[in-house]
Ligand binder design. Structure first.
Ligand code: NAD
Ligand code: 89V
Length: 342
């Protein structure tokens, strides 16, 4: 396409600021509109990044000629927004978690597929540069065949200060953070066959679970996913994910401050990974902010080539099955057979 892809940012709250900064550095796209039910937020995003401000997504889609929408509203509105995009024949990227119910996610995927529209979920943790590096090491066979993994996100950072809506969410840390860790587990090790969940609410102020541990069984591997928003520590590592992958020939560890250790036949190599700087990015969010740029680059490349993005809507149904299955395991006290909801 010779002209830039015309897009709108729907939802201009906390995390959308990263989307907006990142889009501003992506070649070949033009922000033509912003939308938020909070007019001040939509206007301030338009003022800083360009485009016309709207408070109603339907009005926006009716008025503007768009190639895609980028949806960063809170989860209960994701289905409505994606179906609206499909109605107007516009491609969409939607923030995670895609939905809180499988029926909603399936309806979104079906609506986009019926119009043959590109549809990606903004599942960005695998797009963090340290995670891309780990994946490359595994694919290169540096540690042999992975047989054990641990994806860990533990903090006592006050997440509710910037994301007050999490206080009221009946479903919390599993859909908020463990979803990213499940995706990493699949990315690094492969699809689980069963999962088992243990989870708790530690903070009495909130509605959902804020501590969760999920045991994932792959055909020839085990992976622990653990997430906590109530873990006191001498250092605040939020929002870093720690990774351990053990293989038949070695081990990869991603620890605090992106320290990577690779143990293999070549010996022990320690490296302090450097996160790409984009000018607007800063610690402690830099690795996640950089991952947003990487998601957007892939989206634009896929629009150009017609190739499916890694985290397409259809592919993400599998991730959602695991995520919602984790709640089913919690409710029943039983192992969840992955794929049961698909
Ligand atoms: P937020 O509340 O700060 O922002 C959401 C915005 O959507 C708000 O400004 C709200 O007014 C607006 N909104 C709600 N309903 C709307 C509607 N019908 N029309 C237009 N605007 C509407 O929330 P947040 O913390 O930024 O989370 C937004 C999404 O981003 C969630 O899905 C969350 O899980 C996700 N998120 C992802 C990451 C990540 O690393 N991938 C990090 C944080 C948040
Ligand atoms: O993805 C999220 O919604 C965020 C975090 C970056 C901490 O995982 O809550």
């Amino acid at each position: 396409m010779s002209r830039p892809y015309r897009f709108a940012m729907i939802g201009t709250g906390f995390f959308a600021q990263n989307h907006l900064h990142a889009w501003a550095q992506i070649p070949g796209v033009e922000l033509v509109a912003t939308c938020d039910i909070d007019a001040t937020k939509a206007q301030s995003a338009a003022l800083q990044f360009g485009g016309r401000a709207y408070t109603d997504a339907r009005e926006l889609l009716a008025n503007e000629q768009l190639d895609f929408v980028d949806i960063a509203t809170t989860p209960p509105t994701h289905r409505m927004m994606v179906e609206l995009a499909a109605e107007f024949g516009v491609a969409a990227i939607c923030q995670k978690p895609l939905a809180w119910e499988m029926a909603d996610a399936r309806a979104m995927v079906d609506a986009m597929a019926a119009k043959n529209l590109p549809f990606m979920v903004h599942e960005n943790f695998r797009f963090q540069s340290p995670m891309r590096r780990i994946k490359q090491l595994i694919d290169d066979g540096v540690i042999g065949r992975p047989f054990f993994g641990r994806m860990s996100f533990r903090t006592a950072h006050d997440v509710y200060a910037a994301q007050a809506w999490l206080v009221e969410s009946e479903r919390m840390i599993i859909v908020d953070v463990a979803v990213h860790l499940f995706d990493l587990a699949r990315f690094f090790i492969g699809e689980p066959q069963t999962i088992f969940t243990s989870a708790l609410r530690v903070n009495p102020r909130i509605k959902g679970e804020d501590v969760a541990t999920v045991l994932m069984h792959m055909p020839e591997a085990t992976c622990i996913v653990d997430a906590s928003y109530e873990t006191r520590s001498d250092r605040n590592t939020y929002p870093q994910t720690f990774v351990t992958i053990e293989g038949t020939q070695g081990k990869i560890t991603l620890g605090p401050n992106y320290h990577l250790q690779v143990v293999s036949g070549a010996g022990v190599i320690d490296e302090n990974l450097v996160i790409p700087d984009h000018g607007w990015t800063s610690e402690p969010w830099n690795a996640i902010q950089d991952s947003v740029v990487n998601v957007q680059r892939q989206w634009v490349a896929c629009l150009k080539s017609g190739v499916l993005p890694e985290c397409s809507g259809a592919e993400t149904l599998g991730l959602l099955d695991i995520t919602l299955g984790a709640y089913e395991s919690l409710a029943t006290g039983q192992v969840y057979a992955v794929g049961s909801s698909l």
